[in-house]
Write a protein that binds this ligand. Structure first.
Ligand code: COA
Length: 378
């Protein structure tokens, strides 16, 4: 092994096969189990997409109904999880809360150490159903509000927003939220999914894999970017009395200065997509709907100004986090809650990969090229 064999960041390395999703940077396309993600986002519930990712096929009506009932009956915040969250300060990062909550959920799951295929799927479904209450409660406690109990007459997205804000969201808002969940659900061997697969490859349990994946997702080069996008908007300054054009002009100037200072601007660029992220047009439509719904055209001005200036200066395109950040902001989530929303969605992809890795496992253990001192003696 010499230095020329080193593939820094594993860039370009094909680490294994997967049948879960296909990213094609040439055609800007993303398929979940063969289906274009745009079609899934346009037509299916998030619950259906979750089943597709886990099982490989779209559910029958009866299978979907069974899962919907299961999900609705496993939504309540477990008192032991609530107790653990209450021990954490309200100024810690919400990703720390999400990571801790999954750990506590795993420790209390009687099936924790059973990794048979059937039980693994059951654990994935339970975690999918339980996690929204964690995010909703964490958002509420930071605002000094109490838990809102789930409602079993609402679907996943409606109930998520209900538990967070304590009121029924408008259909347009529910739909934009559902679209974001579908788009964030899966993206092949990204850093957090690969982390989940590395942990699974040691034959550790599903909750350990998801807990580790959350750690990887927290970083701003990965999931933390949706939150960082909003910090950029805040740094430029959101002025509700400004026109779209005025906001765009200020954003352009900000971007030119940021690039001149060699700053990395979050929400732009991608390791795999170099001509644009396949998920952005669909998420941008959802953002546009929220801008109309809330009447906040100055946000669109900031969005366009940054995008245009980045394109003109470096030709770097936005990634999914770019439209997702302001969408969640408009819905009323605190900025720090954005990446935990990503967790809620990506639990589906991570757990699908845990199951795939376990079904045909090989310990993931690469080599390194030693660059320390030659052998020496005391
Ligand atoms: N802002 C400014 N410049 C960027 C950039 C960004 N967001 N993304 C890439 N670049 C530039 C780099 O500075 C570098 O320029 P140089 O060759 O002049 O030094 C070039 O593009 C290549 O960047 P590199 O970091 O080597 O590419 P990568 O494939 O490793 O990067 C990311 C992928 C995602 C890490 C990178 O685009 C990034 O940091 N983006 C911001 C974080 C983000 O939004 N992450 C969410 C991903 S879904």
């Amino acid at each position: 092994m010499n230095d020329t064999d080193v593939r820094k960041g594993l860039a370009g390395v094909v680490a294994d096969h997967t049948a879960i999703s296909k990213v094609n940077p040439e055609t800007n396309s993303l398929l979940y189990r063969g289906y274009p993600v745009q079609q899934l986002a346009a037509q299916l519930s998030f619950e259906e997409v979750a089943l597709l990712l886990w099982t490989g096929e779209l559910p029958s009506e009866a299978e979907l109904e069974e899962f919907v009932q299961f999900e609705r009956s496993h939504r309540a915040l477990d008192p032991r999880v609530k107790q653990a969250i209450d021990l954490l300060p309200t100024d810690c990062h919400p990703m720390d809360v999400g990571r801790t909550a999954v750990s506590v959920i795993g420790a209390n799951d009687p099936d924790s150490e059973d990794s048979s295929a059937e039980t693994e799927l059951l654990k994935a479904k339970k975690l999918f159903a339980a996690f929204p209450a964690v995010v909703a409660y964490d958002q509420r406690r930071r605002r000094g509000q109490d838990v809102v109990e789930p409602r079993d007459d609402l679907d996943y997205s409606q109930n998520f927003l209900w538990m967070t804000f304590g009121e029924e969201a408008a259909p347009e808002v529910v739909d934009a939220f559902r679209v974001s969940m579908v788009l964030y659900a899966e993206h092949s061997f990204n850093a957090s999914t690969f982390t989940a697969r590395v942990v699974t490859s040691t034959l550790a349990d599903l909750h350990s894999a998801v807990t580790a994946a959350i750690g990887a997702l927290k970083g701003p080069l990965h999931g933390g970017a949706n939150e960082a996008v909003m910090h950029t908007f805040d740094e430029i300054g959101i002025r509700t009395d400004e026109t779209r054009q005025q906001a765009a002009a200020r954003a352009k100037t900000w971007m030119e200065e940021a690039l001149a200072a060699k700053r990395r601007v979050m929400g732009f660029g991608h390791r795999v997509y170099k001509k644009g992220d396949s998920r952005v047009p669909t998420m941008k439509q959802a953002l546009d709907a929220m801008i109309e719904h809330y009447g906040r055209h100055e946000i669109l001005g900031l969005y366009d100004g940054l995008e245009q200036a980045m394109d003109e200066a470096k030709g770097i395109k936005p990634n999914l986090d770019y439209p997702a950040g302001p969408t969640y902001h408009l819905m009323g989530f605190d900025t720090e809650m954005f990446t935990p929303l990503f967790i809620a969605s990506r639990i589906t992809g991570w757990t699908a990969h845990v199951m795939e890795q376990r079904a045909d496992n090989s310990l993931i253990r690469p080599l390194s090229a030693y660059s320390g001192p030659e052998e020496r003696h005391l």
